[in-house]
Design a protein around this ligand. Structure first.
Ligand code: DGL
Length: 266
């Protein structure tokens, strides 16, 4: 029987956004093989119902389990919001999401207890971030703003287009009326727009996301389950998408400067 420790970490998102999480994982765990799945055929997840997101998430997890993974990271905030518990019940590998790490990070970062959370419609309507932030910081004031056009801006490579600046300005308008000191980017695609968000709100605002704290949780979980890979050379990572591997590969190059090896169709 193969040594479980040498299996890969499975990561999924609706598209390219989960690479923001994978990037942090690769920094923290350079010797761990990883298998990424982007559900590009069914993106965006943010406007879909809870039932649909659960169904897609289960299908994505089954696909990754078939690739022989030792652990699953639900890098998508929307999928973590609706499907994390279900995946944890269904699969016999550790399953981690991104909501709790992001909430904890925001609660630790704010000094005046005024936090804004930006996310997809689904994540914002579910109200999970304010709930979790208040567990860490009961008197926190949390303003939640859905930014549904941010995902297509990233997926369609409009990040450097003047339209992106206008859309960021429009969505962030309500924030100017609140004494926010910390913004939590509650969608994996949003860190790609971080520079525009910072420019709009000013350098005094701290912008955080789930990626680095999620990576810390993954390290801790692997150690705890005795699942750390034994190798000491950079590991192989594999990338799968449900549609248009070329577009995904080009976007990864454009957005992250990642030259991905082959991107395969699932
Ligand atoms: N990137 C996903 C998230 O973190 C969802 C984006 C989308 O597909 O709408 O919520």
């Amino acid at each position: 029987m193969s040594d479980k420790r040498e299996l890969s970490i499975g990561i999924f998102d609706s598209g390219i956004g989960g690479l923001t999480v994978m990037k942090e994982l690769m920094k923290a765990l350079p010797y761990e093989p990883m298998t990424y799945f982007g559900d590009t055929a069914r993106l965006p997840y943010g406007a879909k119902s809870r039932e649909v997101i659960i169904r897609y998430s289960i299908e994505n997890a089954i696909f990754l389990m078939e690739q022989n993974i030792k652990m699953l990271v639900v890098a998508c905030n929307t999928a973590s919001t609706f499907a994390l518990e279900r995946l944890q019940q269904m699969f016999n590998v550790p399953v981690l999401g991104v909501i709790e790490p992001g909430a904890e990070k925001a609660a630790k970062t704010t000094t005046n207890r005024h936090i804004a959370v930006l996310g997809t419609d689904g994540t914002i309507k579910a109200g999970v971030y304010p709930q979790k932030i208040k567990r860490h910081l009961p008197d926190a004031q949390v303003l939640s703003v859905a930014c549904p056009l941010f995902v297509p801006l990233v997926e369609e490579r409009f990040v450097h287009h003047p339209a992106a600046k206008l859309i960021v300005k429009e969505y962030l308008q309500p924030l100017h009326d609140h004494p926010i000191d910390t913004i939590l980017l509650g969608c994996t695609h949003y860190p790609i727009l971080k520079r525009l968000i910072q420019e709009e709100l000013g350098n005094h605002i701290k912008i955080v996301d789930s990626a680095s704290s999620c990576a810390e949780n993954v390290v801790w979980t692997l150690k705890n389950h005795d699942l750390l890979a034994s190798g000491n050379h950079p590991a192989n990572c594999r990338y799968f998408v449900s549609d248009d591997p070329k577009k995904f590969r080009d976007n990864a190059q454009n957005v992250f400067g990642f030259t991905l090896p082959e991107v395969q169709s699932s």
